[in-house]
Structures are given as structure tokens and as C-alpha cells.
Design a binder for this molecule. Structure first.
Ligand SMILES: Nc1nc2c(ncn2[C@@H]2O[C@H](COP(=O)(O)OP(=O)(O)OP(=O)(O)O)[C@@H](O)[C@H]2O)c(=O)[nH]1
Length: 240
């Protein structure tokens, strides 16, 4: 009995001292698009579970994160909410294009100019060496404003097809709210599903991901190549 106690102790100390701590993979997703399209609201809603009462123009970049469980693996989704206004982004641009795993382009369905700006945002990604192997998705936001829509689904879908991106039309605002004001994550929620779709896609690739111990302290960068370079099949969720 004593022996087995000793060997039990030994194996416990062996495993805690020799096994590396479990790592939490981090997916860095940047969210870009014109000022006012709703990048802050979308990222806030995914990470905090509700539409923010008040937002101000983002200066530089804000980042929000949420730990999710995908098929038993804990994954940290890190959303980089970038400033849409040129004067607030200049100094930060280099930083947020580093080690990006996916890009979310956002336009406002009630603002045609924000849709016309998309080629410039795509070009900026290209200039920062983000190739087409980095998953990209297109999000048309503010679908709750049905009477003011300026960008139709068809034209958006055409654009998405041309650039081999899935299209999602959604609203950061419309919600399935619970009594306490938070969103009911159990019910169908586009914003939730959009970011989770990206996370699933990233998880299915051989990742180039930042990882950190599960306790959230410290962090290392583990590098390996993307295994899946194929463009996505196009998928669309329409307003309403
Ligand atoms: N009706 C409606 N309003 C929204 C929605 N999303 C955002 N807004 C509003 O649009 C305005 C701009 O939203 P932000 O999230 O701050 O926009 P942004 O893209 O982060 O802007 P910058 O930080 O300047 O780049 C705010 O007044 C939001 O309340 C939406 O889905 N529906």
C-alpha cells in the first residue's frame, strides 16, 4: 500500500513538472471597414454579449477577446477592432496586420459609400502582405434599418463572389434579449455565428497561431504553416 502511495505521488509530481501546461490557442481576427459601420458594436456584442449603449470613434485599435469551446478545445478569439478614421489609424496600422489569422471586412448596408470603400480596404490588406490564404469574410451590418438600405444583397453577393469571400448580412443591434439585457446565446444569433464560423474555419486549418498557457499568464508564439489555401465556398445570410 505504501508503495502504491509513493508511486502515485511520484507520478503526480512527474506529470506536473514534465508535461507542458495545456495551451490555449489564440485566433487573432481583425475587423476593418469605414468609420461608423459598426465594428465596435459587432465586436462588443460578440465578446460582451450585448449591444453597447454608447460608442465613440475608435482611436488606433481596441481589442476584445472571448474564450470559446470548440469540440472540447478552449480557444481564445481575439477581435481587433480597428479605427475606421484615417487620422486615428495611421500610427497603428503596422501593428494590427501582424500575425493575423482572419479578416472581417464590414460595411454598413445603409451607407453605399462604406460599400464602395471595400476595394481600398482589401488593397490595404494586400499591401500588408495578407494573402488570400488568410480567411476573409464580408459583413453587411445594420440590417435592422430596413427602410434605409442602400446596398442590396445581390450587389453585395456579387462583390463577395468576386473576392471569394462568404457574405453575411446582419445587425449588431437586433437581439434576442433576455430579461437581464444580455443576449440569449442559445437562440439563433448571426453575430455569434459569424465569428464562430471564422473560428471553426481557423481551427480546421493547420494553424499559424499564438498560444498561451491555459492559465492566461505569459504566452509564446508557435509557428507552423497554414494547411488549407483554398478559397471558401461562398455563403450568404440576407437581411431580415
Ligand atoms: N441601427 C443600428 N445601428 C448600429 C448598428 N451597429 C452600430 N450601430 C451604430 O452605428 C454607430 C457607429 O458604430 P461603431 O460600432 O462605433 O462604428 P465603428 O465602425 O466602430 O466606427 P469607428 O470606430 O469610427 O471606426 C453607433 O451609433 C452605433 O450605435 C446596427 O447593427 N444597427
Amino acid at each position: 500500500m505504501a508503495d502504491s502511495g509513493t508511486s502515485g505521488e511520484f507520478s503526480a509530481s512527474l506529470s506536473s513538472s514534465t508535461l507542458p501546461p495545456p495551451r490555449t490557442r489564440i485566433f487573432k481576427i481583425i475587423v476593418i471597414g469605414d468609420s461608423g459601420v459598426g465594428k465596435t458594436c459587432l465586436t462588443y456584442r460578440f465578446c460582451a454579449g450585448k449591444f453597447p449603449e454608447k460608442t465613440e470613434a475608435t482611436i488606433g485599435v481596441d481589442f476584445r477577446e472571448r474564450l470559446v469551446d470548440i469540440d472540447g478545445e478552449k480557444i481564445k478569439i481575439q477581435l481587433w477592432d480597428t479605427a475606421g478614421q484615417e487620422r486615428f489609424r495611421k500610427s497603428m496600422v503596422q501593428h494590427y496586420y501582424r500575425n493575423v489569422h482572419a479578416v472581417v471586412f464590414v460595411y454598413d448596408v445603409t451607407n453605399a459609400a462604406s460599400f464602395r470603400s471595400l476595394p481600398a480596404w482589401i488593397e490595404e490588406c494586400k499591401q500588408h502582405a495578407l494573402g488570400t490564404e488568410v480567411p476573409r469574410i464580408l459583413v453587411g451590418n445594420k440590417c435592422d434599418l430596413q427602410d434605409s438600405i442602400q446596398v442590396g444583397t445581390e450587389v453585395a453577393q456579387q462583390f463577395a463572389d468576386t473576392h471569394s469571400m462568404p457574405l453575411f448580412e446582419t445587425s449588431a443591434k437586433t437581439s434576442n434579449t433576455q430579461k437581464d439585457g444580455t443576449l440569449d446565446r442559445g437562440s439563433s444569433d448571426h453575430v455569434e455565428a459569424i465569428f464562430m464560423t471564422v473560428a471553426h474555419k481557423l481551427r480546421s486549418q493547420k494553424p499559424l497561431v499564438l498560444s498561451q498557457p491555459a492559465d492566461g499568464l505569459g504566452g509564446t508564439v508557435s509557428l507552423s504553416s497554414h494547411g488549407d489555401n483554398k478559397a471558401d465556398g461562398t455563403r450568404s445570410w440576407a437581411c431580415g
